[in-house]
Design a binder for this molecule. Structure first.
Ligand SMILES: NC(=O)c1ccc[n+]([C@@H]2O[C@H](COP(=O)([O-])OP(=O)(O)OC[C@H]3O[C@@H](n4cnc5c(N)ncnc54)[C@H](O)[C@@H]3O)[C@@H](O)[C@H]2O)c1
Ligand SMILES: [Zn+2]
Ligand SMILES: [Zn+2]
Length: 391
């Protein structure tokens, strides 16, 4: 089959590789009908998430048709159309039973790598997302092996288009959980850093969860357009201000936003001394993440406010404003999305038309076009806001 493979920093290529096979009897094989490039894939592309190996198959946002099932699979049969959550979860361990599927104890066979790196316990396995996250082949391919077939994949009703539901694999539930971690209360102002695909769904989710105002902090014109026109957000272009925190306070009667969502992650842009220092330290690998947005969310948040970190981070950061976090009595939530937990409710909401799931797609391409698509999505050129590929 053909698959998108990682060949080194900023080097992806489409290769002919062996077809996947059933390895465990709970596996299913899915023939991919649509797959997308995620902002998280850019951290692999730029090689800030380590433990990639040449030839690894990428991709964790995908859907398709079940073409083979292991003997122990009960809920799925050949021919079912499914969307597959990006974290791999057993459905039975303590964390899965609590609904924290992204921290499954059984799906990451290489957990000790992450434990050594983080000095802590590892998260779940993730499709196409480095060896530290399990070394699973991803879904930017014609076929993919999906472990725990009865746990992750969700059947899609007939007559529903791929593009309506593809993003249930990641960015839609991710935006939803970003807003949930903000514990939005009626009347709250929600500020979302990043108007990329995750921010796009976080903003829509914030409204659905009761926000009174939504503010988007971005700089790319096409993403600002989506945030303004589709997500109905007030816009702050962070390139136009030297003191974003002060500006956000001015916009909110001096208090700051009640909820601050980081939908940017470890490759944040920024200007000023701290941002420059982060860039240098990350390039020299003495700091893993560029923490510009984490700091701003904490500094901007209103007293008693909530900070929700949904952008991905991979290590330790410097100059964490713990004093401000403490003095204002903030709450913080973070983590990979527990996609499985939200799928039935979010499918219903999608079918009810509560989300705009298609306006963000700027490029519909074939799998063979993936290398150029990665470059375009990473550089934010050609108005690229989201790429969907078909094998
Ligand atoms: N936690 C999860 O489960 C999960 C799931 C999917 C994606 N993610 C992460 O969410 C983040 C966003 O993903 P995406 O697909 O939207 O990525 P993306 O790269 O397309 O979008 C990020 C956006 O942030 C903007 N940005 C950069 N610096 C900024 C700053 N200082 N202030 C405000 N905006 C800034 C960029 O212009 C860009 O539009 C990534 O870190 C990704 O890894 C997390
Ligand atoms: Zn993703
Ligand atoms: Zn589990």
């Amino acid at each position: 089959m053909r698959a998108v493979t990682w060949q080194g920093t900023r080097s992806m290529s489409v290769e002919t590789v062996p077809d996947p096979e059933i390895v465990k009897q709970q596996d299913v094989i899915v023939k991919v009908s649509a797959t997308a490039i995620c902002g998280s894939d850019l951290h692999l592309y730029d090689h800030y998430i380590t433990t990639m190996q040449r030839g690894d198959i990428l991709g964790h946002e995908f859907m398709g048709e079940v073409v083979e099932t292991g003997r122990n699979v009960r809920k799925l049969k050949v021919g079912d159309r499914v969307v597959v959550p990006f974290p791999i979860a057993c459905g039975r361990c303590f964390n899965c039973v609590q609904g924290v599927f992204s921290a499954c104890d059984n799906s990451n066979p290489n957990g000790e790598i992450a434990e050594a790196l983080y000095g802590s316990t590892a998260g779940a396995g993730i499709f196409g997302y480095s060896h530290m996250y399990g070394g699973y082949s991803g879904g930017q391919a014609e076929y993919v092996r999906v472990p725990y077939g009865d746990v992750g994949p969700m059947k899609i009703p007939d007559g529903v288009q791929d593009e309506q539901v593809l993003f249930l694999s990641d960015i839609l539930p991710t935006g939803w959980q970003a807003a949930l971690r903000g514990q939005i209360e009626p009347g709250d102002t929600v500020a979302v850093w990043g108007g990329g695909p995750v921010g796009y769904f976080a903003m829509q989710s914030a409204w659905l969860q009761g926000a009174a105002r939504v503010i988007c902090i971005e700089r790319e014109p096409e993403r600002i357009g989506l945030a303004r026109d589709i997500c109905k957000a007030e816009i702050v272009n962070f390139e136009d201000t030297d003191d974003l925190v002060e500006l956000l306070k001015q916009m909110t009667g001096g208090r700051g936003p009640d909820v601050c969502i980081d939908a940017v992650g470890m490759e944040a842009h920024g200007h000023g001394f701290m941002a420059a220092a982060d860039r240098v330290k990350q390039a020299l690998r003495i700091e893993m993440d560029r923490a510009t947005v984490v700091r701003q969310t904490i500094q901007a948040a209103a007293k008693g406010g909530r900070v929700s970190i949904i952008g991905v981070y991979g290590g330790v950061i410097d100059k964490f404003p713990l004093g401000a976090f403490f003095a204002k009595g903030l709450r913080m939530g973070a983590g990979q999305c527990d996609v499985h937990r939200f799928l039935p409710e979010l499918l219903t909401r999608v079918l009810n038309g509560e989300f705009d799931t298609t306006s963000l797609i700027s490029h519909r391409l074939t799998l063979e076009e993936a290398p150029g698509a990665y470059e375009m999505f990473a550089q934010k050129t050609h108005g690229c806001t989201k790429v969907v590929m078909r094998p």
